[in-house]
Design a protein around this ligand. Sequence first.
Ligand SMILES: *Cc1c(COP(=O)(O)O)cnc(C)c1O
Length: 448
Amino acid sequence: MRSYKAKAVEPIRLPDRDARTEALDAAGHNVFNLDSEDVYVDLLTDSGTGTMSDEQWAALMRGDEAYAGSSSFSRLRSAVEDVMGFEHVVPTHQGRGAENVLYGTLVEEGDVVLNNTHFDTTRAHVANQGAEAVDCPVDGAWDRSVEGDFLGNFDVEKGRAVAEEVGAENVPVVVTTITNNSAAGQPVSLENIRATANLADELDAWFVIDACRFAENAHFVQARESGQRDRSLAAIAREQLSYADAVTMSGKKDGLVNIGGFAAMRDDDLFEHAKQRAILYEGFPTYGGLAGRDIEAMAVGLREAVEPPYVDERVEQVATLGELLSEAEIPIVTPTGGHAVYVDAGELLPHIPTEEFPGQRLVCELYREGAVRSVELGSFAFPGADRPDYVRLAVPRRTYWREHLEHVAETAAAVREKREEYVGLEIVEEPPMKELRHFSARLESVEE
Ligand SMILES: *Cc1c(COP(=O)(O)O)cnc(C)c1O
């Protein structure tokens, strides 16, 4: 049962097949180059694409646009303190702004940063400091045949071994990303967060949580971790973060807004340093590159994110999409994570070698068959990385109905029917930075 109804609607349309093929060709087989008007169900990302509540829209009007000392900032500070338990907050334009502010303050050239799995922008900010980002996912995190309750966990032994190798004094920060976005959105247990905090303590390092999906993670802890079922989601959400010295947050995820983010911390000195960097890159530290109204909407969204039944319905919707796809015999990662369903394109299209991007072919054909937009997170997006050829179908928050998800599953079934007809793709134009190629490269079908 849905606990909300629509108050504003946005028309969408399904272009006919010829128009879809034309759009796909014009986009160079890269769905980042499509006009959103030509997309029927847009599962490219769940970042900033969700629907705000009427309370959030009302809050926009309350936005205080003062350059300094805005009352909207005070309301954000109260929300962060109540929901996440941090006294100090530095607003930023989005999550990567928070990463720049925090890691730019804590990390130096030659350092090593440990993380269960660095999200792309986190890895880039660590690299930008001249430091090395080392992932410590648990075994099986990348293996579709392995099922587990907390496959997003940080492998503490692995982290300790890396620290011994490079020297604890070179590890200033240990991070855990909840949920573990890059490992199929799998959750992290409270027990594991505690153990990782202890590791950081042993290493005399800061313990940071990438809290983008802290509410979704709390949902999984409540549902799966022993002794947690009867606790409130809000209490679990707070406990998760209570072990961290600081968090980075993208408001576009569990802040339930279209733009915004922040870093939050306990230490007074760290706060002062972070504010200085924020002034340089984001803006005065009571607005951080955001309009007062955006901050206001984020303050409301943060509170809504831990109010039942919001997050239960959200995670269930992702699970429903997974079930519909499984019924259509599409190979997906199970159990589904918090924000997206991951399809194993390598398994669906085994005749297309990984160098010819089976994931990108699947992305293209999902668009051609049903104007569904998804994203490749395999050999095309991560050149040279040893990753499976997954395609991600990310579900925007509070936005689509079951009928849309059924359309996605029917589209995938139609693609599956034709799977033997598909050929691989090759890149014909790419930007100078290989790491960013999936955003703009153009591709063509390989000659048979
Ligand atoms: C989205 C995301 C970020 C970056 O946030 P932006 O708002 O996109 O800059 C960082 N970490 C994780 C886990 C994310 O999902």
